[in-house]
Design a binder for this molecule. Structure first.
Ligand SMILES: Nc1ncnc2c1ncn2[C@@H]1O[C@H](COP(=O)(O)OP(=O)(O)OP(=O)(O)O)[C@@H](O)[C@H]1O
Ligand SMILES: [Mg+2]
Length: 295
């Protein structure tokens, strides 16, 4: 599909669209608009993840077209766009979950700290340990709270009660759930509320010490209080790791993310710092989407 570059929009968007969390002192991000093949980086330091000229196919259907995007370490990057535009597909490519889809195919490169994650010698289990994922549908195991968090470390052959206790506590604290569950660690995870279960899934992901956490609409089934707990969590999590989140909630993207990529029909239309995407985007289609004129 041909991409038509649009000129800078003429006026800033109404302030109703948003409070963004990017401070004025932030350096410009790896700004990207339209079909440019070049990846622009303001800093010489390497991004955590580089996506280069990526195409993705489900059989003969192409879901992503020439995506170029740099994801910065210790930042929250949001993917936004209408349903079916490829956000989840791209997210799942970052830890090769799409490998499980028969007939799927990737072209281009995704580099994690400079290493091609699709190279033949990559151990996909290791990759998924480094790049964890939290899904829209809350999915705790039908086990105790403790066993849910200890599961990943145990698979990695971490043994010893004291070490596991420490990992479980750290994971639950990292997910902002410790205080609520510390007296019922050996009760079923299924007895937790939906919001608690989602934070348990985050604790489970954190327990294996990932570098990157992918979150696909993690709050879409949650109440506003649980949602705000997870949003607060993101601010502290990014001190330790890099977060990529898909959301349909524009206010959420504006509140939690440092950088935002807007996708349409499998193309990255614009990628910029979140404040700019929501207040003065470079592309008319981004402006229409973030102001609710379509999508
Ligand atoms: N497993 C699959 N097999 C075949 N086609 C798929 C599969 N998953 C997604 N697609 C197609 O790929 C395109 C992108 O889907 P994707 O799920 O990435 O979109 P999305 O932006 O995450 O949408 P939503 O906001 O609804 O979650 C869609 O046309 C979808 O139908
Ligand atoms: Mg999706």
């Amino acid at each position: 599909m041909e991409i038509v570059k649009t000129s800078q929009s003429s006026k800033p968007l109404p302030s109703s669209v948003l409070k963004v969390n990017v401070s004025k002192d932030e350096p410009d991000p790896m700004k990207q608009t339209g079909e440019s093949d070049a990846i622009q980086s303001p800093n010489s330091d390497r991004p955590k993840i580089e996506i280069r000229q990526m195409n993705f196919f489900y059989g003969s259907n192409q879901a992503l077209f020439k995506v170029n995007l740099n994801i910065r370490e210790h930042k929250v990057t949001a993917f936004i766009g209408p349903s079916g535009c490829g956000k989840s597909t791209l997210l799942r490519c970052l830890n090769r979950l799409n490998d499980l889809v028969i007939g799927s195919r990737v072209e281009g490169k995704i580099l994690l700290e400079g290493q091609d994650i699709y190279a033949p010698d990559v151990d996909v289990t290791d990759l998924r340990t480094r790049v964890g994922m939290v899904f829209q549908k809350v999915n705790p195991f039908p086990k105790t709270i403790y066993q849910n968090v200890a599961y990943g470390p145990q698979l990695q052959k971490v043994r010893g009660r004291a070490i596991l206790d420490e990992i479980v506590e750290r994971g639950l604290k990292g997910a902002g759930l410790w205080e609520e569950v510390k007296d019922r660690l050996h009760s079923s995870a299924l007895g937790l509320s939906g919001g608690q279960q989602q934070r348990l899934c985050i604790a489970r992901a954190l327990a294996v010490n990932p570098d990157v956490l992918l979150m696909d609409e993690p709050c879409s089934a949650l109440d506003p209080i649980s949602t705000s707990k997870i949003e607060e969590l993101l601010h502290s999590l990014k001190q330790q790791l890099t977060v990529v989140i898909v959301t349909h909630n524009m206010q959420q993207a504006a509140r939690v993310s440092d950088y935002t990529g807007f996708f349409l029909l499998g193309e990255l239309i614009e990628y910029d710092d979140t404040r700019r995407i929501f207040t003065n985007p470079g592309d008319r289609r981004t402006e229409d989407y973030v102001t609710g004129r379509f999508g």
